[in-house]
Design a protein around this ligand. Structure first.
Ligand code: NAD
Length: 310
């Protein structure tokens, strides 16, 4: 029996799909706690055929179920959440799942004496950035119930660290993309939208001048950061996980035109748009996790286009 077992909430989801194989390679047993509202049943069923993965199909809102699932685990990765879109449409549900869920998971981890908790936080805790690149010590101004719950999650980890000595890392993921992502993903749906148009021979349509930007980080790179955060010598901090590169929507359109290989030019829709930009300062991830991204946006998008070919 391996002596390392991870409780992985939200382990049926998109990013988890890339983290679980790395955990298994490193000799962890994985206990997924997921209510499977958005989980990938086929993938989880393949994993549970092996002795090293089990599925506890429960909801993070139920403290007793979370506590029971945490028993015997040495590590916790907490990913279960409802997304930004849903949190704006239904703040009650979002606060219920995200806030209560965070607390149930962290309290159980503290009570069961797990060695490390890794929490999926989000770059959205910053709100509109005051400067680029965005640094972990910058002011946080979260704008939606989802972002507010991510920030509160980080604060709760601080509470359990002081109160019960829990060891944690909160990873502030930037704009994650890659194979297996659901089409309606909040920030990155623009990628799928452009790819679909290009495959139909149509130009991508850009509002304004396409100056708004995102820091696109490939899910393979991101998955490595989760495992490193589980094992790092230093802990108890939020850590940005991005690439440090802000890719404008206009550049993204060009990158995808090349990746799909069609002869079109983007079409610009003249209108006023609020230009928001994103880029992570990743010096802390380098220093504490020894992590840095290896997949450029050009390589990652080309791979995505190949892997999602109809
Ligand atoms: N994808 C991104 O760009 C991004 C960016 C920043 C942060 N994050 C965070 O990373 C984590 C993983 O994101 P993802 O893109 O893989 O999301 P996802 O929606 O694919 O996965 C979330 C999983 O949580 C499960 N879940 C939802 N509500 C639950 C509940 N009440 N109880 C138990 N399980 C429940 C879902 O069934 C799903 O399998 C999330 O915490 C998310 O907020 C993601």
């Amino acid at each position: 029996m391996p002596d390392k077992t991870v409780l992985f909430t939200g382990g049926g989801g998109f990013i988890a799909g890339h983290v679980v194989p790395l955990l298994l390679e490193r000799g962890y047993r994985v206990r997924i706690l997921d209510n499977m509202t958005r989980g990938n049943r086929e993938r989880v069923a393949e994993w549970t055929e092996t002795a090293d993965v089990e599925l506890v199909e429960k909801d993070v809102r139920y403290g007793g179920a979370v506590r029971e699932a945490t028993r015997g685990c040495t590590h916790v990765i907490h990913f279960a959440t409802v997304s930004i879109n849903k949190s704006i449409a239904d703040p009650h549900e979002s606060i219920d799942i995200n806030m209560t869920g965070n607390h149930n998971v962290f309290a159980a981890a503290a009570d069961e004496g797990v060695r490390r908790v890794v929490f999926a936080s989000s770059a959205s805790v910053y709100g509109e950035p005051q400067r680029l690149p965005m640094h972990e010590d910058d002011e946080l101004r979260p704008l939606t119930p989802y972002c507010i719950s991510k920030r509160a999650g980080e604060d709760l980890l601080g509470f359990y660290e002081r109160h019960k000595g829990i060891s944690w890392n909160a990873l502030r993921f930037f704009n994650v993309y890659g194979p297996g992502q659901k089409i309606e993903a909040y920030y990155t749906s623009v990628i799928n939208h452009f790819i679909e148009r290009l495959r139909a021979g149509l130009p991508p349509v850009i509002d304004g001048r396409g100056e708004q930007s995102m820091d696109f980080v490939h899910v393979h790179d991101l998955a490595r950061s989760v495992v490193l955060a589980l094992e790092s010598g230093r802990a108890n901090v939020p850590i940005n996980i991005g690439t440090g590169v802000d890719t404008s929507i206009a550049s993204l359109a060009k990158i995808l035109i090349d990746a799909v290989g069609v002869d079109v030019q983007p079409r610009f829709n003249p209108r006023d748009v609020l230009v928001s930009r994103r880029a992570a300062d990743i010096s802390r991830a380098r220093e504490i996790l020894g992590w840095q991204p290896e997949i450029s946006v050009e390589q990652g998008m080309a791979e995505l286009v190949r892997k999602t070919a109809p």
